[in-house]
Design a protein around this ligand. Structure first.
Ligand SMILES: *[C@@H]1O[C@H](CO)[C@@H](O)[C@H](O)[C@H]1NC(C)=O
Ligand SMILES: *[C@@H]1O[C@H](CO)[C@@H](O)[C@H](O)[C@H]1NC(C)=O
Ligand SMILES: *[C@@H]1O[C@H](CO)[C@@H](O)[C@H](O)[C@H]1NC(C)=O
Length: 305
């Protein structure tokens, strides 16, 4: 009898602990988070991605957060955000994610600015390990037509980018080497964009409709898009919600819902919307200028817990 109780006690205790635990999210360890930084930034800047990583770790006890570094060091990572072919970057990231043992049960992804569309490419091209929630914070899902400001502290780099875009985003040498050319979307030359864009036109299914892209995106638990309502860096800012200029001009905007990408459901966004998994969030600020409180309430508490 006494023996029996002794045997059962540990089981009883752990059962009680689990009950207690379940009040705050039971048993499973928290879903890991993968972050991809924006243009002019790097994986590990303590003022940007570094502080985001820290904030997530503070709010979700025991969470594994990895901030992607493309290249062997921070300087390379920053430069690659301008000059490394995005398709190659996505391939590298897919390899990193597949190799990371902590991610194999699935992960949440947060892309900042251009990192937002790059992580969508990862979701569409590399379903293993599975991405659960995709959060695009100011990502240019329909590209940009304009380069009004350039972040980061190297004006030399910004001038090179501008010069290259002036020569022509759709010139093949520039397409293959300049990141920003690879999501340059000229509404006055839609046909040229569709033919020449090696990255954005591909992931947006402008030409060939790759059924895997759609099937993979539909697997997401949620696709969250954040638009910065006072954005002075992204033209047009509506691209952050998948809107873009109507073809043939650069003034009036089609919302996502008015584009064939949605009405003909090239990417599964119609399915995501009809099952309440497509989310349009906004911050009433300039590009990436959200507050910590905004990030905690709208992103961490809603999609990462
Ligand atoms: C993944 O791991 C394999 C085997 O250890 C290694 O050969 C490969 O370089 C790794 N890839 C990446 C992208 O880390
Ligand atoms: C800016 O980038 C250029 C080109 O890579 C480099 O030569 C230069 O040293 C950089 N300047 C600063 C201040 O980092
Ligand atoms: C998208 O989903 C929202 C929320 O469920 C719904 O109100 C809206 O009508 C949907 N939009 C379209 C174009 O289907």
């Amino acid at each position: 009898m006494a023996n029996n109780i002794e045997l059962r006690l540990p089981i009883l205790i752990s059962f009680c602990l689990c009950l207690l635990n379940s009040v705050v999210h039971c048993n499973a360890s928290p879903v890991p988070v993968v972050i991809w930084h924006g243009m002019g930034d790097s994986c590990c800047n303590p003022l940007s991605m570094g502080s985001i990583k820290k904030l997530i770790e503070e709010k979700i006890k025991g969470v594994y957060v990895t901030s992607l570094e493309i290249g062997d060091n921070i300087a390379e990572d920053t430069l690659n955000g301008f000059f490394m072919n995005v398709n190659d970057q996505v391939k590298i990231v897919c390899g990193k994610l597949a190799n990371d043992t902590k991610l194999q049960e699935g992960y949440n992804a947060i892309g900042f600015s251009q990192g937002g569309q790059f992580l969508r490419a990862v979701a569409q091209r590399c379903p293993n390990p599975p991405m659960l929630n995709l959060i695009s914070v100011g990502g240019q899902q329909q590209g940009v037509y304009g380069f009004p400001r350039c972040p980061g502290d190297n004006s030399t780099v910004c001038n090179i980018v501008r010069e290259m875009l002036n020569v022509g985003a759709y010139v093949s040498y520039i397409q293959n080497h300049l990141v920003q050319a690879e999501y340059w979307h000229d509404p006055l030359n839609e046909d040229k964009y569709k033919k020449a864009s090696i990255f954005l036109a591909d992931i947006n299914q402008e030409n060939v409709k790759n059924p895997a892209y759609k099937a993979n995106l539909e697997k997401l638990k949620n696709f969250v898009m954040v638009q910065f309502l006072k954005d002075t860096m992204v033209e047009p800012k509506e691209s952050e919600w998948f809107g873009f200029y109507k073809p043939g001009q650069a003034k009036d905007i089609n919302t996502l819902f008015e584009t064939p990408l949605y009405t003909e459901d090239w990417l599964g966004l119609k399915v995501l919307n009809s099952t309440s998994r497509l989310h349009f969030l906004s911050s009433d600020t300039d590009h990436l200028q959200f507050t910590e409180t905004w990030f905690i309430n709208n992103i961490i508490n809603k999609f990462l817990m």
